[in-house]
Design a protein around this ligand. Structure first.
Ligand SMILES: [Zn+2]
Length: 260
């Protein structure tokens, strides 16, 4: 009788080891294909939808004059904006940074400060847009997982950065947002004065690109008309570009058109 129990016990151990082995294999396979993941294919709870905004590079000549300057105040007359239809929760959103994913050329603490500055730009345009620093996350992917994650990862070469927004279809309230920047490309935080970015015009300025991405968090669409090229919500980005750091009239009008 005890012999039989021993056999069962051994069988149970063998099964557990086999299962663990399969799980490890499955996890390894998932890690390897993580680059190709597409959150748009994920099964979501009922009542939640997701949209992706891909910020694409616009090919420009090297050392193109003008792109390395911020345009403050823009003094522009373009009042265009597009609304996505969602809005932030009344209490605002808390974001988390994957510090280990930050490129060495930027550094984690500088990235954190710059990201908050980019969020603050929207808050300055509309005090109802509140974004708070919730510390760090180990999230390596942009998934619907309850964390508003900001991270760097390997994305398609035609992508500078991507923002996913999950929202409740009934209320239009944002449920979660994730932003990923492409670590295939060089990143920098350029000095806003002087010609620093002329020396490395291929690097993307974090504050420039982040301010654009966070416009999607706030409920704004991409704009693609030539007349809108100086607005923060213009849908293309360039290396050495700084002008999206500051909002134009259309960006500010758009932020205020979304409540809260
Ligand atoms: Zn965009």
């Amino acid at each position: 009788m005890s012999q039989i129990r021993l056999h069962f016990a051994l069988l149970a151990v063998a099964l557990a080891v086999t299962t663990l082995g399969f799980e490890t294999l499955a996890w390894a396979a998932q890690s390897q294909t993580a680059v190709e993941e597409d959150p748009l294919d994920d099964r979501l709870p009922p009542g939640i939808k997701v949209r992706a905004f891909i910020h694409r590079p616009r090919i420009v000549e090297h050392n193109h004059l003008g792109t390395c300057t911020t345009t403050t105040p823009k003094g522009d007359t373009i009042t265009n904006y597009g609304l996505t239809g969602w809005h932030l929760p009344a209490g605002g959103v808390t974001w988390k940074l994957n510090e280990s994913s930050v490129p060495a050329s930027v550094g984690a603490s500088a990235a954190r400060a710059t990201i908050q500055s980019a969020f603050d730009t929207w808050n300055a345009a509309d005090s109802g847009k509140n974004f708070s620093d919730g510390g760090s996350t180990t999230a390596k992917n942009t998934r619907f997982d309850g964390t508003n994650a900001i991270l760097w990862k390997r994305l398609s070469p035609s992508t500078i950065g991507v923002t996913y927004v999950w929202y409740y279809t009934s209320s239009g309230e944002v449920a979660e947002v994730d932003t990923a920047f492409n670590n295939r490309y060089p990143w920098a935080i350029f000095s806003s004065s002087g010609g620093e970015c002329q020396n490395s015009p291929d690097a993307y300025d974090l504050q420039d690109i982040a301010t654009h991405e966070f416009g999607h968090w706030a409920g704004l669409e991409d704009l693609y008309n030539d007349a809108e090229k100086d607005l923060t919500m213009y849908g293309f980005g360039a290396g050495g570009e700084l002008k999206k750091r500051t909002l134009g009239t259309g960006d500010i009008n758009g932020a205020n058109a979304v409540a809260p």
